[in-house]
Design a protein around this ligand. Structure first.
Ligand code: FES
Length: 281
């Protein structure tokens, strides 16, 4: 037998025969195979160690032989070849795409600029969102760097998208159903002082914030990707979204992480110890 393919075919032929045996016989054959493989792996590991000390170039040369490389790969003594850079970048973008799409956005690869830079374009809502820099650095850049450690710069290029031109301010894009009447959602005792209470109304989640006799109501949806924020840490009237760390002033709803973004807020009134809100814009 002269080449790798023939050797592999021979192994496959024996494996097919063994697979027809009864279980006890198969276990013996598999045990023997594992024991021989463990012996070979130990020998190869020692051989590589010695070769490394003597001559790295000899080791590199040996690995260029396809049979040597295949056996070392089988024993996990060499790393498998990486997919091409473009493929790894696309894999990274695929990972973040569902999050961006849930926000009516998307991303595309514009260019790879060797040795260390990738240009991308945020499209749809993401292109005009004031949080786009954070979207880029927290999601996209991290995913690309994980898959492609050789990339150190991820740059968003200008886009020509006409979708949703940037406005001077942006309210959370995840509003609940609206209602023109006052709805009782809690009693004042249920809302913790300087804390938030999450309440459900008509399938929507709201948070109530209380500071003394002042109450605020917001939609329980982070302006970043719409995740609920009621489990976030609260300190000095600032709530931090537990998902990616956007911070909001609970007094005003204003986002402190990305300028010009606010939580969707709703009017509140107190009557007879009860908290009422009106889900109007
Ligand atoms: S969902 Fe990303 S910071 Fe809140």
């Amino acid at each position: 037998m002269s080449n790798l393919e023939e050797l592999v075919q021979e192994i496959n032929r024996f494996e097919a025969i063994i697979s027809e045996w009864d279980e006890s016989q198969r276990c013996v054959a598999v045990g023997l195979k594992r024991a021989i493989e463990a012996l070979h792996k130990a020998a190869l590991t020692s051989l590589i160690k010695s070769l490394k000390q003597e001559s790295m170039s000899a080791l590199r040369h040996a690995v260029t032989d396809e049979v040597v490389y295949a056996v070392l790969l089988y024993h996990e003594l060499v790393k498998p070849p990486k997919p091409p850079l473009t493929q790894r970048i696309q894999t990274a973008l695929e990972e973040v795409r569902p999050d961006l799409k849930s926000h009516n956005g998307d991303i595309e690869l514009v260019a790879i600029k060797p040795p260390d830079t990738v240009e991308v374009r945020l499209i749809g809502t993401c292109s005009s969102c004031p949080a786009s820099n954070l979207t880029l650095s927290q999601g996209v850049e991290q995913a690309i760097k994980t898959h492609c450690p050789e990339i150190t710069k991820v740059v968003a290029v200008n886009n020509n998208s006409t979708v949703n031109a940037a406005s001077s301010s942006l309210i959370s894009p995840f509003p609940p159903k609206l209602s023109s009447s006052w709805i009782k959602v809690a009693t004042i005792e249920q809302v913790p002082e300087l804390g938030v209470l999450a309440v459900e109304f008509a399938g929507s989640s709201l948070i109530l914030y209380r500071q003394g006799i002042t109450f605020r109501c917001y939609h329980n949806a982070c302006a970043h990707l719409g995740n609920p924020i009621d489990e976030g840490k609260i300190e000095n009237g600032i709530i931090t979204c537990p998902f990616h760390g956007f911070e909001y002033n609970l007094e005003t709803g204003e986002c402190l992480t990305a300028p010009n973004i606010s939580l969707q807020s709703y009017p509140v009134k107190i009557k007879d110890n009860k908290v009422f809100v009106k889900l109007q814009k």
